[in-house]
Design a protein around this ligand. Structure first.
Ligand code: NI
Length: 218
């Protein structure tokens, strides 16, 4: 951070990098014959080096991401530019009740408040699934999108949509269906099913203000 301005860099410097380097590159390639074959993931990989070189001198480019719709984005990170992260949003609606069998009724009410209501309440959950993999140069993609969407649909969305998580889903028969536990359960259900990619992270939005994410290991 520049101690006098309090800035890491000026927004105008970032704007210039994005417009003159990244934007110009994407516009140029949009008109080229092989634009479709290289895809959005290939475009990010191509432009990362030039964008890093044009980054303001006080900074280091850490990540470049490209959204192709409000529900799908790609990202490339410094140090592993051949590795593409792809994140897609899905959603399901479900009811749950937050309750711990190990706590007394009074402790449950104090801990979970209205969320401990005996007959439950509902949420429209948004599920963001992030996978990582390398671009197949023949297709310009890291995974077959239809396979990806079908897999998440079958393993996660069909499983939980319009269900009462505590009553209808064995995963939560004894496990408190907090947003944290939902993120962990969804990750574990999906891990290993998205070949040739690796599951990098699952983020669950319980409300527009609250999410939990899980990236494996623990
Ligand atoms: Ni709730």
């Amino acid at each position: 951070m520049d101690e006098r301005s309090g800035f890491v860099c000026t927004i105008s410097a970032l704007d210039t990098m994005l417009r003159d380097v990244v934007g110009a590159h994407l516009r140029r390639r949009a008109g080229s014959r092989d634009a479709d074959a290289l895809g959005a993931a290939g475009a990010l990989r191509e432009v990362f080096g030039a964008a890093a070189a044009a980054c303001p001198a006080t900074c280091r480019l850490a990540e470049l991401s490209l959204s192709t719709s409000p529900f799908l984005r790609y990202a490339v990170r410094a140090g592993e530019i051949d590795m593409i992260h792809m994140t897609q949003s899905f959603e399901f609606s479900a009811a749950h009740r937050l309750h711990c069998a190990d706590l007394s009724d009074e402790e449950n009410r104090r801990t979970f408040g209205k969320c401990n209501n005996p007959n439950g309440h509902g949420h429209n959950y948004v599920v963001e699934v992030t996978i990582r993999g390398t671009v197949d140069d023949a297709t310009g993609r890291i995974i077959d999108h239809a396979h990806f969407q079908r897999t998440v649909g079958e393993i996660v969305i069909d499983r939980f949509d319009h269900k009462h998580l505590n009553l209808d889903c064995p995963e939560f028969a004894t496990l408190n269906p907090t947003v944290e536990n939902i993120a962990r359960v969804v990750f574990k259900r999906l891990a290993g099913s998205l070949s040739p990619c690796e599951l990098a992270m699952v983020r669950i939005w319980e409300t527009p203000k609250t999410f939990a994410e899980y990236a494996g290991k623990t």
